[in-house]
Design a protein around this ligand. Structure first.
Ligand SMILES: [Fe+2]
Ligand SMILES: [Fe+2]
Length: 336
């Protein structure tokens, strides 16, 4: 039974949703859609309307759901189409939120207070020279993985970035979760490191949500992601338990490679090998980019984020190298 459920969810992950991945919304299209949504959903209680705004078919479903919702107003029901619960009875609807220019905030996956301007002045050439045996093993392992990924992706920069982000968003979540559990077990503060690592995971996931607006993963790439996640999550979980010092160093080197990859991506955009298309709407809001921002701007801010993750993880490893625990050094939080 468990096998059947697992097989069905894997098949669904592989074959559903692909239709939405290559769609690029212009700001104007979103504004037009916002007007439509506002015309039909002008009351509260519908916090899921923009849950997946990059998928037009789902938006169509949501219109359908809304008319049903009106019929069932003031009741708590389950919608058979998407299993969303009408929440008006419980008073937990999302307040109406606006952008600074007064337009309605279209996202539910992040709020205006989660947005920021990336520090693009960060040094993208910094490198931690491996000194100890652990450092050298971590560095060589990452370089080996790099060779494999270059062989697979070659010059498909967008696809490479998208696949990289599915892995890059794992370590912060695993590290944050393990520090969270440690804090509970030992009745100790974390020094802000739980938050810092979870912020990193969330930021990486937003990189993925951005890249997936530009690249359509094929079925075999989806299969690769599922397999890689199954292997990497478990590997990193054990790795972090055994040696957080080595795990953070390993991630520091992964982030160095991410910076290199995004630099190559930028070079390809500048040289014209990759078309400098308009930035996805989600990126414009998340990084507070100008409305006419392009892919080049997006890759520039993502690269700055990766450079920041590089520094955070090498710093974390250095703390362990000094024989201290992370909580003894204030965590770098609030960067994104
Ligand atoms: Fe990333
Ligand atoms: Fe990163």
């Amino acid at each position: 039974m468990t096998f059947i459920v697992l097989a069905r969810s894997t098949a669904r992950a592989l074959f559903s949703g692909g239709r939405s991945y290559h769609r690029q919304f212009s700001t104007a299209a979103i504004a037009r859609h916002l007007e439509n949504v506002e015309a039909t959903h002008h009351h509260g209680g519908s916090f899921y309307y923009w849950r997946k705004m990059s998928s037009l078919p789902e938006i169509k479903d949501q219109h359908h759901n809304s008319s049903e919702e009106k019929k069932n107003e003031d009741t708590t029901t389950t919608n058979n189409n998407n299993n969303s619960v009408v929440s008006s009875y419980w008073g937990i609807t999302r307040p109406k939120i606006q952008r600074e220019d007064g337009t309605e905030w279209p996202w539910n996956c992040f709020m205006p207070w989660d947005t920021y301007r990336a520090d693009v002045s960060i040094d993208v050439n910094k490198h931690h020279v491996p000194k100890t045996f652990t450092d050298k093993v971590a560095f060589r392992s990452v370089k080996f993985l790099r060779v494999l990924s270059d062989l697979y992706f070659k010059e498909r920069y967008g696809c490479h970035a998208m696949m990289l982000e599915t892995i890059a968003a794992v370590p912060g979540m695993v590290g944050g979760m393990l520090l969270h559990l440690k804090s509970l077990r030992k009745f100790q503060h974390s020094g802000g490191w739980i938050k810092a690592l979870l912020e990193e995971a969330e930021n990486e996931r937003m990189h993925l949500m951005t890249m997936v607006e530009l690249v359509k993963p094929s079925w075999h790439e989806r299969l690769l992601v599922i397999t890689a996640q199954g292997v990497f999550f478990n590997f990193f979980f054990v790795f972090y338990l055994v040696s957080p010092k080595a795990a953070h160093r390993f991630v520091g080197y992964l982030e160095e490679e991410a910076v290199i990859s995004y630099t190559q991506h930028l070079d390809a955009i500048v040289s014209g090998k990759v078309e400098n298309v308009p930035a996805p709407a989600i990126a414009i809001d998340y990084w507070r980019l100008p409305k006419d921002a392009t892919l080049k701007d997006v890759v520039t801010v993502i690269r700055a984020d990766e450079a920041h993750h590089r520094d955070v993880n090498h710093f974390a490893s250095d703390i362990h190298h000094q024989g201290k625990e992370l909580k003894e050094a204030p965590a770098p939080i609030g960067y994104h």
